[in-house]
Design a protein around this ligand. Structure first.
Ligand code: ARG
Length: 443
């Protein structure tokens, strides 16, 4: 039972948060007159010493002491004697672990947000550099219309902005202190919950003691946010994998993000994006696991809650490491401008532009669609692009077509014409980069 119920093997990563929480609790007990100030000072310096020992990897964890909380409290008493036994006055491991885990997830969000900011900065720099680089835009993975590479990267940026916002929403909602809820009903000591909340940088104490010890919404909300983030990373990774394939040849990734094959000497595999795509699955799995963990629990604390740790810790390290990898890799993407442009020229991508041209000459859109359909058929038959059809051939299908049609049939003409807000025109892409930079500055 001891081995089965112990959590110290995985919850020892909470040590620094546990020590912060304990120092705040002891400080409050001293202010409330429950501890003397000498007792508080002894507890504080004892805990600080233990924190340094753990940090240095010199702490001997014991499974017999079950979890991180009891290991540290036991070490404190070993170190400072009986005063150490007073630390747990007016507190339970239930509000203690709830506090530690909130602090831990909050710290994790801050670390992820910092890396995400670095990633976003890299995206914007690359988007600006590639504001004029033409590539095919796809629907159904078929060439649809020409776009700029910068515009494509800005779509990724918008996804990441929502992810950033969700991380901050999650942070704001979890930022209340459970401390003082004790086991479930509160405590008889004259505690000051506002003081411990403030000392731990929480906005305020949680309003209900039963909720405080049993709520794990924040763990689920974080993992849900992490899932959406990984889902985006996975989509980007899928595109990177496609683009590096020789069939596309749109980009090169530096060798350090790739590996060779043990049997095929010519291979350069995009391992980093592939692995990110694969790792998304484990985070989605953790989300399902956590929802299922909580769905049957009556109030208040249940030992089931200990099972929240491994999934959320793994979700945190997966998201953090994936974010670091992408932030390192994105600035080093080298586009193959010629290949992208060439690919954009296949499959009559300016057909919509031609239809719009006819509409400007009073042809109803549905009729224009049909005319262009016939011209596309001719181009495919002749194995040329629309822009390579002769004017007379085109006029044979519709006599409203004039020599100026070739201005709209070029790739440059096509992207430049989409100059409205959110469009792919290079000028708009540069403007969007500036707007995005300002939005990042303001947060
Ligand atoms: N290791 C436990 C957890 O992670 C700490 C809380 C234990 N509380 C209890 N009443 N057994 O949830």
């Amino acid at each position: 039972v001891e081995a089965f119920t112990a959590s110290v093997d995985f919850d020892q990563v909470l040590a620094q948060q546990d020590i912060r929480g304990s120092i705040a609790h002891a400080h409050m007990l001293a202010e409330a007159g429950v501890l003397t100030s000498n007792e508080f000072e002894a507890i504080k310096s004892g805990l600080t010493r233990i924190g340094a020992q753990i940090e240095a990897g010199q702490f001997a964890w014991s499974v017999m002491l079950e979890d991180v909380h009891m290991n540290i409290e036991h070490a404190l008493t070993e170190s400072i004697g009986d005063i150490g036994k007073k630390l747990h006055t007016g507190r339970s491991r239930n509000d203690q672990v709830a506090t530690d885990l909130r602090l831990f997830v909050r710290d994790a969000i801050d670390a992820i947000a910092a890396q995400l900011t670095r990633l976003q900065t890299g995206l914007l720099d690359l988007a600006e550099r590639e504001a004029e680089t033409i590539m095919p835009g796809f629907t159904h993975l078929q060439v649809a219309q020409p776009i700029t590479f910068g515009h494509h990267l800005l779509a990724w940026f918008e996804q990441s902005q929502r992810d950033y916002g969700r991380l901050m929403d999650c942070r704001a909602r979890l930022n209340e202190s459970p401390l003082g809820a004790a086991a479930l009903a509160g405590t008889t000591y004259p505690i000051d919950r506002a003081m411990t909340a403030a000392e731990l940088d929480f906005v305020q104490p949680m309003a209900n003691s039963l909720d405080a010890v049993s709520d794990r919404d924040f763990v689920i909300e974080f993992t849900s946010t992490a899932s959406l983030l990984m889902q985006h990373y996975s989509r980007w990774s899928e595109e990177l994998v496609l683009w590096t394939s020789s069939a596309f040849g749109f980009i090169n990734l530096p060798d350090r993000f790739c590996t060779g094959s043990s049997i095929m000497p010519q291979k350069k595999n995009p391992d980093v994006p592939e692995l990110i795509r694969g790792k998304a699955g484990r985070v989605f799995g953790h989300l399902t696991g956590l929802l299922t963990l909580m769905k049957g629990q009556p109030l208040a604390y249940n030992k089931d809650n200990q099972e929240d740790k491994e999934p959320v810790f793994d979700a945190i390290s997966t998201v953090l490491n994936s974010t670091i990898a992408l932030a390192d890799m994105i600035p080093e993407i080298v586009p193959n401008v010629d290949r992208m442009r060439q690919a954009a020229g296949h499959g009559c991508p300016t057909a919509t532009d031609l239809a719009d041209y006819l509409v400007r000459r009073e042809v109803p859109f549905r009729d224009a669609h049909e005319v262009v359909g016939r011209l596309v058929g001719m181009a495919l038959e002749a194995e040329v692009d629309l822009a390579e059809l002769g004017l007379e051939d085109m006029r044979g299908v519709s006599n409203v077509i004039e020599a100026d049609v070739f201005e709209v049939l070029t790739l440059e003409g096509s992207i430049a014409a989409r100059a409205h807000l959110g469009g792919t025109a290079p000028a708009r892409v540069r403007e969007a980069v500036a707007t995005a930079r300002a939005a990042m500055q303001a947060r």
